[in-house]
Structures are given as C-alpha cells and as structure tokens.
Design a protein around this ligand. Sequence first.
Ligand code: SF4
Length: 301
Amino acid sequence: MRSRTPDRLCAEAVDLARTAAQDVALPGVVGEHLGAVADGDRVVTHLFAADEPGYRGWRWAVTVARASRAKIVTLDEAVLLPGPDAVLAPEWVPWSERLRPGDMGPGDLLPTESDDLRLEPGFSGEDSPPPNSAVAEGMAADVADTEEADVLPGSPAIQPTPARGGIADVAEELGMRRARVLSRYGLHAAADRWEEAYGAKTPMAQAAPATCMTCGFLAPLTGSLRQAFGVCANEFSPADGRVVSLAYGCGAHSEAAVMPKPPRPAPPVVDETVVEPLTLRPERDGGSVEEAGPAEELGHS
Ligand code: SF4
C-alpha cells in the first residue's frame, strides 16, 4: 500500500538522485528538482526537469529506497518519463485503420482480410465436382440407374457432365463467377457512405429544385442498390461520376431550368370593318396629297 508522505530519508536524498540522473543523461540536461513522490513505504521517486531540446515536459525520474530500519538510501533506477505536459508522438495506429478514402495511388495494392465483414462467399464454381471425380461419378451412377440400368457406373458408356450447361458455366456467362461478393454488411456500409456524401440531407439536396429520381442525367445501377442509388452523368453537376441517392438533387437537374423558347409573334389580324385612307403617291410640288379611291384603298386596282 502506498504511503502518502514520502519517507524522510529517501526524500532528502536529492543529491544521490541527481547524481544518478546525470550519470544516465547527457551532461547539463538534468534541470531543477521538481519534487518527490512516494511510491511505497521507504520508496521515493525524485523528479528533475529534462533540459533537453525535443523533450519539453519530460522529467528524469530517479527512484530511491531504503530497507526497514536502515539509514542508508540506495538507488533503484533512473529513467526519462513524460510529464503531464510532455510533447508526445501521436498514438500508433495500424495501417489498416489509418487508410482513408483517396489514399490509394496508381500501383498501390490494398489486400482484404479473409474475414472482411464487407464480403461474403460468392459462387466461384469451386464447389461443383470436377469431371471424373468420385462425386461426379456418383452423379453419373444416378443417371445410369434411372436411364440405363444395365450400364455400370464408371463404364465408358457414361460421359462426364458437359462443360456447358453446368451451374458454374451459367454463372460465368452471367458474370457471377467471383470468389467473394458484397455482404449485407458491406452493402449497408456503402449505402450509408453514399447517403452521407450525396444524400437527401446534404445542403445541395436541400436547395435542389428536384431529386435525382426525376433527373434525366441519372444512370441507374443494377441489383438491389438501384432502389436507392444511381450514378450522376451530368458533367456540370458536383456529383458527376458519383453514386448519388435518388433523394439527392442539384441545380443541374435536367428539368430544373429549361431554356425558354423565343416568343412567337401573333398572327396578323385583318380588320375589315374600318376604312383607312392610305397615301399611294407622294406629294408633287407642294400640291395636295392624292388619296386613293375606294377600290385602291383596299388594295383592289
Ligand atoms: S444532375 Fe443533379 S439532379 Fe441530376 S442526377 Fe446529377 S446530381 Fe442528380
């Protein structure tokens, strides 16, 4: 149990502690005595400032002790320890937790753990029995039993399963032949990220005239994600080339600002109820203007 009051003889052994600190430190870097702390019964640690560049806030800690009923104080250890205001390096973080989106450069490889939660086994075809294997022969035997009872399993009459038509071949044609596919967890994690970056709660979407769902620039995704996301294909949009939530939107929405068409002039109106005198010939020598006759006024000559 720790005693609160440092042992008197140990606390007085400042010179012993300083000498020990100077022995392990460079000359002149052991500073003023900062105090003594009781580590236990007759065990005291003396603290000295470390006047070393690069070790601001660090302290030389020299522990001394004495045996019960002994008058001689002995040295335990001298170490350099960080104080409460010491400048310390940031806590070490494994590289796998240090990586951030955008850290990958050309030629970088980012391996995934075999138990990566974002992935789950896909259909790779490895679980289908290879031709001529025992399982394949067993399947062939079943066929033989049902179709030709007199043909023995493994006989030359039984042909292996044709390469085309198997589940693996169909899966390969459909582009599904992958060892691992996105798990439900990976799917949700991706959806959360996309929703946060290009979702309905972003300031851009809040101020948008309409959502991506009704935008002509939205390229749909395939699979279950298409219910909530698509890819923006508008080069003027801030989300061009990004996966956007259908609830996202921006001012570049295809229907937001349709360019107005130039106004068409109204068709001419012929008013046949009023007769207007029109001048057909210019004035001659200051004479009076010759007015058109009734037939000329209406354009009939
Ligand atoms: S242009 Fe704007 S509204 Fe249209 S899909 Fe892209 S982000 Fe969505």
